[in-house]
Design a binder for this molecule. Structure first.
Ligand code: ATR
Length: 286
């Protein structure tokens, strides 16, 4: 990467950022496609949030990603948001179009592509989503868009799942329903489900020995288990599924594909994901 007077800036805003994989991912894309860009971490503390965004605008950055804790808060500072971002209520990618900041959400497309690359088409499938936070919203949005047959939501705090279902059912004709976050109930219902997605942080490093579901009967051979956690690359949830011979999809693929789509919004180029995946796995295992 050669930085000169014409280099355009990309970056990531959030707090904290020291463990983020995005600078590694995007600078690898930049090198591969030979664009005159550089991607930097811009850690902004909450008190400086508004000034931070104004600063990025003043510096005429080409665009930036948004991560915890600003994916929702950024919206009020943008000039425009895409349809999916406004529905999900969260933005992870901002494009600076001639001084106008436009927000997008590529988490949903990242999820979709991770499944497609594993030959899973969501159309006509029955899906169980565990969790009801921001990540669950992006997943549910995509499930609706791709015509999943049914969506069942379960969450520790039942009210939160019910609220999410209510907001989505306005556009889906009661395609989504809630079930109790109770292992016996979940095991009973699992037989009718094709794809299960964990959107909670349970099992994330350093608590890698935890799993959102303890009951072994929840894991069945003929189903697909997905986890949005990417560190560890194979969570306990996915390991348990693999042990019974089920297909699994990890969060690293979703992370890399959302990055591919963000990069495309900024540069017009959809970069290759294979090299970056190898580097990311190495980085996480080091
Ligand atoms: P994100 O935006 O990354 O989805 P979030 O909005 O904080 O993060 O949502 C985290 C989700 O994980 C929530 O559904 C949360 O359940 P609650 O609504 O009950 O808080 C779920 N979650 C987090 N820790 C959990 C745990 N130990 N057991 C079960 N669910 C958990």
């Amino acid at each position: 990467m050669r930085i000169n007077g014409s280099t355009k800036l990309l970056g990531l805003i959030g707090c904290p950022l020291e463990h983020s994989l995005s600078p590694l991912i995007h600078n690898t894309f930049i090198n591969d496609v030979r664009e005159n860009l550089v991607y930097l971490p811009f850690e902004i503390i909450p008190e400086n949030f508004k000034q931070g965004i104004e600063g990025l605008k003043a510096l005429n950055v080409k665009g930036f990603n948004v991560t915890i804790p600003y994916k929702e808060r950024i919206i009020e500072l943008l000039d425009e948001v895409s349809e999916e971002s406004s529905f999900i209520g969260a933005v992870n990618t901002v494009v600076n179009k001639k001084g106008r900041l436009i927000g997008y959400n590529t988490d949903c497309k990242g999820f979709s592509m991770a499944l497609k690359e594993n030959n899973i088409k969501l159309r006509g499938l029955n899906v169980l989503v565990i969790g009801a936070g921001g990540a669950a919203k992006a997943v549910v949005y995509q499930l609706i868009k791709e015509n999943a047959k049914s969506i069942v939501l379960t969450n520790r705090t039942e009210k939160r799942a019910e609220d999410l279902v209510k907001s989505f059912n306005k556009i889906t004709n009661s395609l989504i329903k809630c079930i109790k976050f109770d292992e016996t109930e979940l095991v009973k219902n699992i037989l009718d489900i094709d794809v299960i997605i964990n959107t909670t942080p349970v099992g994330m490093y350093p608590d890698s020995n935890q799993c959102i579901i303890q009951n072994n009967h929840f894991f069945k051979k003929d189903k697909v288990y997905c986890d949005i956690i990417y560190n560890p690359v194979t969570t306990k949830f996915l390991k348990q599924a693999q042990e019974v011979g089920a297909k699994t999809i990890g969060g690293l693929d979703m992370l890399i594909y959302q990055a591919c789509y963000s990069f495309k919004l900024w540069s017009g180029i959809l970069p290759d994901h294979k090299k970056v995946r190898k580097l990311a796995v190495k980085h996480l295992n080091d």
